[in-house]
Design a protein around this ligand. Structure first.
Ligand code: NAP
Length: 250
């Protein structure tokens, strides 16, 4: 699909992979809208990239997903690309008993329900565009889970499955469905998860992931495995037990 002249909404676009996507789409000649919860992060992003448009919202809440859709419909009539990128990641030790996520920290609502719900809101509207796309950001961990992040990995496996079905359901529409599968990337997401005394693994620069995403979109490559994520997905099929042991070895 063409990667210039679009109007793109990127959830969680103020930081990390989302911001790198925003930069790449702006550089390629697109109108870009980003959203996120923290107003200071949105403003910081606009300072670096004055062309972008901002919307503060908490996508873990259904009402705010609906109002994001209504706002986008009202203000960006040409919007034709939705990127479901916002995500959170939590270490959860189930031996400690019931897990009650704090307000705004619900991985199932943020990582899974928000992309499903936004897709459902936007699809009837996007299908009226000549060319449109939905891109869901999953993870290499969709294919081989890290057991210390059981809910995060489950949401990513679910978003992979959802994306496969969505692509099939929309095959006769103008909406192309992409899945971006990053490996470990150097963003805020995994900060603070390293064991005490161990160096944090920094991962790929987010700009590399964004460049891979735009190049693949231009070629209509719907499953975009970046870096080690491809190898991980492959090993999950050829030797799942070994892949699991390997990623959970520490
Ligand atoms: N970093 C990695 O190693 C890696 C690997 C594979 C996949 N991914 C995926 O890539 C995506 C982007 O993550 P990232 O690595 O770029 O981390 P990040 O910098 O922490 O970006 C996540 C973004 O999502 C936003 N967000 C979180 N909860 C939200 C909510 N309830 N409503 C609206 N926005 C919300 C955050 O902004 P606010 O906090 O201001 O809301 C933030 O801008 C995620 O889906 C993640 O799972 C990351």
């Amino acid at each position: 699909m063409k990667i210039q002249g679009n109007t793109v909404l990127i959830t969680g676009g103020a930081t990390g992979i989302g911001f790198a996507l925003a930069e790449s789409f702006v550089q390629a000649g697109n109108t870009v809208i980003i959203c996120g919860r923290r107003k200071d992060k949105l403003k910081e992003a606009k300072k670096k990239l004055p062309q972008i448009h901002l919307r503060a919202c908490d996508l873990s809440k259904e009402k705010e997903r609906e109002s994001l859709f209504n706002w986008a419909k009202e203000n960006f009539k040409d919007m034709n690309i939705l990127i479901n990128n916002a995500g959170i990641q939590t270490m959860i030790d189930l031996k400690k008993g019931a897990h009650k996520p704090a307000n705004g920290k619900n991985e199932i609502e943020t990582n899974l329900m928000a992309p499903i719900s936004l897709s459902a809101y936007f699809i009837p509207w996007l299908s009226k565009r000549k060319e449109a796309a939905i891109m869901n950001v999953s993870s290499g961990l969709a294919f081989v889970p890290i057991a210390a992040m059981p809910v995060y990995c489950a949401t990513k496996a679910a978003i992979h499955s959802f994306t496969v079905s969505l692509r099939y359901q929309l095959r006769d529409t103008s909406i192309k469905v992409f899945e971006l599968v990053p490996p470990a990337v150097d963003t805020e997401l995994g900060k603070g998860t390293a064991e005490e005394g161990e160096p944090e693994y920094r991962g790929l620069p987010p700009g590399e992931v964004a460049q891979a995403a735009l190049s693949a979109m231009a070629e209509n490559e719907y499953e975009i495995f970046v870096g080690e994520a491809k190898d991980l997905a492959m090993r999950s099929r050829t030797n799942p037990e070994r892949a699991f042991q390997n990623i959970n070895r520490w």
